[in-house]
Design a protein around this ligand. Sequence first.
Ligand code: GRF
Length: 206
Amino acid sequence: MSGNVPRRLGILVSGSGTNLQVIIDRIESGEIIAEIACVISNKADAFALTRAAKHGIPVVIHENTKFTDRRSYDAATVDILNKFKVDLVVLAGFMRILTDVMVNAFPNAIMNIHPALLPSFQGLHAQQQALDYGVRYSGCTVHFVDGGTDTGPIIMQTVVPVEQDDTETTLSLRIQKAEHQTFTTAIKLFVDGKIRVDGRKVIIYQ
Ligand code: GRF
């Protein structure tokens, strides 16, 4: 790993792309030294694609509906990521579970953001799960992706209070603010070479 060559990010999206936007902004401001090699979306109408194109970032519409099974979709995704010489895969609201094909191609080099304090409230609708359970605090988790769903080694977490009158929308907005900060901090640590994985534990060197 060369200290002088900016790391190349491949960002996978499915939706609005607010996390993508913050990553773009922090790279453009020089806070994160990295290059977004490509943005890949499994949805042709994802607003994240518009955000990327506006900043001149190569975009790839890679629809899962064109594939018969998840492993062949992931194999094609790996080909795209390799073509763009990606070092770190960032799942920024990519609403698909990865198979071993992706996970094995990028060991400890796929990061995901989840809108809860893992291992609580894995999977979909994590904010509503937190409200239904009645927790006083939730938050967000950035983790490496392993073979499970939201189970990989945890890089960073931020705690967010749950208010008594919260709805899924209000809690999601509060968590989203924390996501933007937490995700970009974790990406910066990675591209600066300050993260090492030891089994389930992620060691961060400041
Ligand atoms: C975020 O809530 C993230 O935690 C989840 O998907 C959402 C993506 O939001 N994995 P955005 O597309 O970045 O706005």
